[in-house]
Design a protein around this ligand. Structure first.
Ligand code: AMP
Length: 190
């Protein structure tokens, strides 16, 4: 299964991504995590990435595609993945055409997400109010069109992300079970 989870910051992508990874035994990969790791390098690219991430801006499509697509070539991702944070623009989605079976949109209102993030205690350097606000604005501008892109391919599932964690998970699993059955049937044929 090749799954993409989409949602604003605070929507519960990593919580649900990790739960799904455990249930279906598929690796979870967050593009934000890759970039945060790269941003620790004491190189011009590392410093530039750190600045970009901390300001809440997006990394450019060329670099994002180069880094994420290279990462996905690793053997552990050959039987599927749960992606969080990629693709985030239509350019990325188009370049990644063929790499996605289902897109899970965790629908959470901006206000609720901001409330959730303000309750976190991990003090991440990239979680200033200004950066979060900017990320949410960029989500509306650049990532909502990605949902339309996948909707036109019948791959989009919209989930009410404001429910309890277990209920959100249950709704996602229900929508993925169909996909899993189809894949099992396909495997049985081979
Ligand atoms: P996230 O943890 O997904 O919010 O990602 C943290 C930061 O990494 C974002 O604010 C962006 O600067 C960068 N980033 C992660 N994924 C992407 C992407 N697909 N396209 C552009 N920038 C990204």
């Amino acid at each position: 299964m090749r799954i993409v989870i989409v949602g604003i910051q605070g929507a519960g992508k990593s919580t649900q991504g990790n739960l799904l990874s455990e249930k279906y035994n598929i690796p979870y990969l967050s593009s934000g995590h890759i970039f945060r790791q790269m941003a620790q390098e004491k190189t011009p690219t590392g410093r530039w990435l750190k600045e970009t991430i901390n300001s809440g801006a997006l990394v450019d499509d060329d670099m994002t595609l180069k880094v994420v697509l290279e990462y996905l070539k690793k053997p552990e991702y050959q039987n599927g993945y749960i992606l969080d944070g990629f693709p985030r623009t239509v350019v990325q989605a188009e370049a990644f055409n063929g790499g996605v079976d289902k897109v899970i949109f965790l629908d959470v209102a901006d206000k609720e997400a901001l409330w959730r993030i303000s309750g976190r205690h991990d003090n991440r350097e990239d979680e200033t109010v200004v950066a979060i606000r900017r990320r949410i604005d960029l989500f509306h501008e650049w990532t909502l069109p990605v949902l339309g892109y996948y909707e036109s391919q019948n791959k989009l599932v919209r989930i009410d992300g404001e429910q309890e964690v277990v209920k959100v998970f249950d709704d996602i699993c229900k929508s993925l079970n169909k996909l899993e059955k189809a894949e099992a049937k396909e495997r049985a044929k081979q």
